[in-house]
Design a protein around this ligand. Structure first.
Ligand code: PRE
Length: 256
């Protein structure tokens, strides 16, 4: 029988396994709406071309400059946000906000955005956008930025999930952490039945959020703006495995 996690802990600034899962559920909406928006445009390949090996692509420049602007106003002060280009961020121009320190400092700076970037452009995008070029490069890049930020936030939220799981069962996790045993950590933090529910729910949301809405009930429903099975597959193949990767990485240094 599958293990049942203790969700009663409320020591961690009120964070519980239930509350972090509620946040993951809400983030599904953001991810699915951002995919729907990106699917309005064709692939638009000139955005991703490099003129040379050294010069950045258009999308890279747009994401980098957007992050720099958002950094000045505090986006990356939040422990839930992780930049794609952490090396070129300007200083804050506003007073810092005092976010509660929930995460263990050693794991707080884990950043797997390079992997998320590569997967998004090479594997994911071709699955849900039509081929073609309509010249709308900047609006398309703005949609890519939305998708990347939503996916990155969700995947790195694994740090909070891992923290809550550790606080709930310090003995079990502590043993595996001291042994630096990644496989045992992966087994401890995996809930197959939860993953099954997530896959079904995101497919259902994609169907509901992406349907044509007509005032006339007799109108035939058009096809969904993003294919629900693609969204479910995206969660199965990338979103959940990468969240678990972040959880394991975080736990490995939880006792440092
Ligand atoms: O809900 C959890 O316990 C999580 O760790 C999150 C998550 C997910 O990515 O959705 C990841 C691993 C679990 O197997 C189930 C779900």
């Amino acid at each position: 029988m599958e293990k049942v996690a203790d969700t009663s802990d409320s020591d961690n600034n009120g964070l519980t396994l239930e509350s972090v899962r509620q946040s993951l559920i809400r983030q599904e909406d953001t991810i699915i709406f951002s995919l729907i928006e990106r699917a309005k445009y064709p692939f638009n390949s000139p955005l991703y071309d490099h003129d040379s090996l050294v010069s950045p692509s258009m999308v890279e420049s747009i994401v980098k400059d957007s992050e720099a602007l958002q950094a000045k106003f505090g986006r990356y002060e939040s422990p839930e946000e992780n930049p794609f280009f952490p090396d070129s961020l300007p200083p804050l121009v506003v007073p810092p906000h005092n976010y509660p320190q929930i995460l263990h400092p050693a794991g707080a700076s884990i950043n797997i955005n390079k992997t998320i970037w590569d997967i998004y452009f090479k594997q994911l995008l071709p699955l849900f956008v039509p081929k073609g070029d309509d010249g709308n490069y900047v609006p398309t890049a703005a949609c890519d930025l939305q998708c990347l930020q939503a996916l990155s936030r969700r995947i790195h939220y694994g740090k909070f999930v891992a923290e809550v799981k550790f606080i709930d069962a310090p003995e079990d996790y502590g043993q595996a952490i001291r042994a630096q045993d990644k496989d045992t950590l992966m087994k401890l933090l995996t809930f197959v039945s939860v993953e099954e529910m997530v896959k079904k729910r995101v497919a259902k949301k994609a169907m509901i959020f992406g349907q044509e809405v007509s005032l006339n009930d007799d109108d035939k429903k058009g096809k969904c703006k993003v294919d629900p099975s693609v969204v479910s597959c995206l969660y199965d193949k990338w979103v959940m495995p990468l969240t678990k990767l972040v959880e394991v990485e975080y736990l490995l240094c939880r006792l440092d």
